[in-house]
Design a protein. Structure first.
Length: 313
């Protein structure tokens, strides 16, 4: 049985959407709102199509550690729910942290751990559990000693849900001009053509690992979703061929700057891509969903769609 849906699937502001399945319901977490004193708005759906707000998720931490919270992702492990997120001040000083709850609806309590004290800037943590039970944390970090300076993708092993192994590896570096965030950007005491790769999300399909990521400036029409593949979560990771690399791009007159995708499943187990995009007037970033299909050459999606479409079972 198929479902008819209309993008965006939620009218309110909902950036960096992450969706997980919990029994017969789906739960979404997003950047941008404080609800009832709790950070990160939470939405619930019975069908992936109609969403209702249920409140906030995370109890704020000491303001001295940061006041700007970004990109939550939640997983279940050891009979509890774990939220990974970044916190900083505006767009500076972000580090990765982890919070614990007994329910996926929260409230999540920060566990007092900076997972990335060695990084200049770290955002968009995305936990991934492999088939052998090993947990990995993918994220984005600033790197200066490279040809294309900017924010890149990285990964480390989670030895526990609150501790990284400490041997961070590069996943993907910027490779094209479409990934430029800003020309002549002043950063860390120098001026760079600053590139940005961010928002990693990893799945295993067809005996390969696939990492979806966003690149460019989240504020503009050039923002898009790309993908890479690898034989193992630690790599080596290979960017998709240029003709296939940009999976989601702007649809002129309808959708502006689609990005920060995550993968969820329909009631029948089909993959869908969850992401945000601006409306053409740039009033807010809203949550979109579209089918995610797999071909011999890799992932494919008909999105970003605007208006009504059909979601496979």
């Amino acid at each position: 049985m198929t479902a008819r849906y209309r993008n965006p699937v939620y009218d309110g502001y909902f950036a960096d959407p992450f969706v997980l399945r919990d029994g017969k319901r789906w739960i979404a977490y997003g950047t941008g709102s404080v609800v009832g004193g709790l950070v990160f708005e939470v939405l619930v759906s019975d069908d992936l199509v109609s969403w209702r707000a249920t409140g906030g998720a995370l109890q704020p931490i000491d303001p001295e550690l940061g006041t700007t919270y970004w990109a939550p992702e939640v997983v279940a492990a050891g009979g509890a729910w774990w939220m990974y997120y970044s916190v900083g001040v505006d767009d500076t000083g972000h580090h990765l942290r982890v919070a614990l709850a007994r329910s996926p609806l929260g409230p999540f309590i920060d566990q007092g751990v900076d997972l990335t004290p060695q990084e200049r800037f770290a955002i968009d943590p995305s936990p991934f559990r492999d088939t052998d039970g090993t947990w990995y944390l993918f994220f984005a970090r600033d790197v200066l000693d490279t040809d294309r300076v900017g924010t890149q993708l990285a990964v480390d092993v989670l030895t526990t849900m609150t501790k990284l192994h400490g041997e961070t590896r590069s996943v993907l570096r910027p490779s094209g001009d479409w990934q430029i965030y800003q020309h002549d950007r002043s950063m860390y005491g120098a001026v760079h053509d600053w590139h940005t790769l961010e928002g990693p999300a990893v799945v295993r399909r067809n005996d390969r690992y696939h990492c979806f990521y966003s690149a460019g400036s989240w504020q503009g029409a050039g923002y898009a979703v790309g993908w890479a593949h690898a034989p193992h979560p630690l790599g080596p990771w290979t960017d998709a061929p240029k003709e296939q690399n940009r999976l989601l791009t702007t649809v002129p007159g309808r959708v502006l700057g689609p990005g920060h995708a995550s993968v969820a499943s329909t009631p029948g187990g089909a993959d869908i891509l969850v992401y945000h995009a601006w409306d053409t007037e740039k009033t807010s970033r809203r949550m979109f969903i579209d089918p995610l299909l797999w071909t011999p050459d890799g992932p494919w999606t008909p999105g970003p769609t605007w208006g009504y479409a059909v979601l496979p079972d």
